[in-house]
Design a protein around this ligand. Sequence first.
Ligand code: P6P
Length: 333
Amino acid sequence: MDNDTLTAGHNLTSLQTFLISERSKYPHATGRYTMVLSALSLAGKFIAARCRRARLEDVLGAMGSDNVQGEAQQKLDVIANEALIRSLGSRPGVAVVASEEDDNPIVLSNDTSGERPYVVLFDPLDGSSNLDVCGSVGTIFSILLHDRRAEHVEESALQPGLRQVGAGYVLYGPSTVLVLTAGTGVQMFVLDPTIGSFLLVDDDVRIPEAGKSYSMNTANLGSCPEGYQRYVEWANGSGYSMRYAGAMVADVHRILMKGGVFLYPPTASAPSGKLRLMYECNPMAMLMEQAGGKSYSGTQRTMEIQPDALHQRVPVVLGSPDEVDHVLRHISS
Ligand code: P6P
């Protein structure tokens, strides 16, 4: 079997092998970044397993019985949140975690010696209501360097997206997919549940330049600014298709793979947009730009926004560069 056949058809690179290989490129690396990604991978595998059983456990919980650990049945998004906090908290390298599920950042260490250089923000189970209908859901994460100049360690969580040193998501769908970037391109892994490893399937993910597909909850269209209404009218008249799963990770992954544009504009019920800047839009923006795409919030590049609140919401337009440009042309005119 020649090398090409081996490389092309037989995936022999696990996430751990990939991380060790990447770390070897940086002689002064401490291994703490590797530990953070390893913790996120472990939590992702745990959450994937629980998602597979969510409906069954719900049935057990609905009978008023306790689960096997003697705990009252919990909503899976809380379980996912706990898994991420416990996985990250048990590893060196993380000073602060911030979650959609918690009002304030959680300080794991006030150590400013540099031994815990990272802040990890996440949406533990984005789109969790899709679980009730066996739809795809996801975990989204953003990694910042702990700003030791900050007077309070929590302030490290409020840095613009351009300061991210890593970002990614885990998509819990027919298969479990991990997509991540550390600023040198985008890599994609698929979980092989028979061996419990994420295996590398693409070491340089590139988004198609264009794709005649948009992803938006058009039920909100009537309350969106007129530019978005003009864009949708133009797209519908230009032979575009519309796909919308109602879970950001599922919709964004489709666009990363096939091309197109994802939009969540300002609406009457969400005047600043619905999606959160720090742990939804910024990590997705980094992934898009690293894969050759674009991400804007209105006419501003998403990652340039200076955050003023942890759970700040912003509008978002992200995807193929040509498709984002089509939207910007309509909302800027
Ligand atoms: P709507 C899920 O609730 C979520 O936060 C994102 O995953 C998704 O893109 C969006 O909200 C869906 O919102 O208003 O279309 O139901």
